[in-house]
Design a protein around this ligand. Structure first.
Ligand code: DGL
Length: 275
């Protein structure tokens, strides 16, 4: 059988597909495996220990399927599990493999996007409480004033396909009003949960015209390209047949139906059991 070393892309559910879509657009030549832990989403309200344990299981699964590089396309997992996996687990598990997250690449450029230097961050409760965004931003752009706001209703609404129902819109409007009320000079809102870009067009209708709504996908894709150029030894190991495989811990038919809304085309996934 032909050897395959795809790039792994992991999220608690569908959200990481917004990142995968941008990565494929930028780097179509690589092979990818997407893994959505839909059965255990949302991760946002879960404790550090649980998010770490679930994320490590997913990383191990992706390693066992030939991935040399895994992107945690999930802010909550990046905030709560990435550092421990990189520092504690990787050296024993697979010292030559790499796991990357989405928070640092985002905070590296957020400061350049705002004219007023007042930025809003919309994320899960877990990401907000971890303070990962303000702490990382303080390194790359200390003059930027950051306002975080947690949107705990959004991921369950999106996972259930109810985000643009009347009820869904009510919660989204309420959260947007809350973040804008914190500081009327905010001119950039970062969708710091990979589920949220599916709401981007709707959110744009709820804010003043000068406020930019920024999704992370294109930023992550660009940083990944740069990373692979700088790490040629790893890049050489990643196979390049342009194939994409999808795994979900939930029912694969449901995943296929919902995933096509994020990707804009039909896919066929397989069920996988973690842990
Ligand atoms: N999409 C994820 C994130 O970027 C996680 C959402 C969740 O499972 O709560 O944070």
């Amino acid at each position: 059988m032909q050897r395959k070393n795809p790039i792994g892309v992991f999220d608690s559910g569908y959200g990481g597909l917004t990142v995968l879509a941008e990565i494929i657009k930028k780097l179509p030549q690589y092979d990818y495996i997407y893994l959505g832990d839909n059965a255990r989403a949302p991760y946002g309200p879960r404790s550090f220990d649980v998010v770490y344990e679930f994320t490590l299981e997913a990383v191990k699964e992706l390693f066992s399927r030939g991935c040399e590089l895994v992107v945690l396309a999930c802010n909550t997992a990046s905030a709560k599990a990435l550092r421990t996996i990189q520092q504690k687990d990787l050296p024993q598990l697979a010292p030559h493999k790499r796991v990357l997250g989405v928070i640092r690449p985002s905070t590296e450029i957020i400061g350049q996007l705002s004219q007023t230097n007042h930025v809003g961050i919309l994320a899960t409760e877990g990401t907000v409480k971890s303070l990962s965004f303000p702490l990382e931003l303080a390194k790359f752009s200390p003059e930027t004033i950051v306002h975080q706001h947690a949107c705990p209703m959004w991921v369950p609404l999106i996972e259930n396909g109810r985000h643009l129902s009347e009820g869904g819109k009510f919660f989204i409007q309420e959260d947007i009003q809350k973040i804008m009320a914190k500081d009327s000079t905010i001119d950039v809102i970062i969708l710091a949960c990979t589920h949220f870009p599916i709401l981007k067009d709707y959110i744009q209708t709820l804010v003043p015209k000068n406020v930019k709504i920024v999704a992370q996908g294109a930023i992550i894709a660009e940083k990944l390209e740069d990373y692979l150029v700088r790490h040629q030894e790893l890049d050489k190991k990643c196979t390049k047949n342009g194939e994409v495989q999808f795994l979900t811990t939930e029912n694969s038919e449901d995943f296929d139906k919902n995933a096509s809304k994020f990707l804009g085309y039909a896919i066929k996934s397989e069920h996988v059991k973690l842990g």
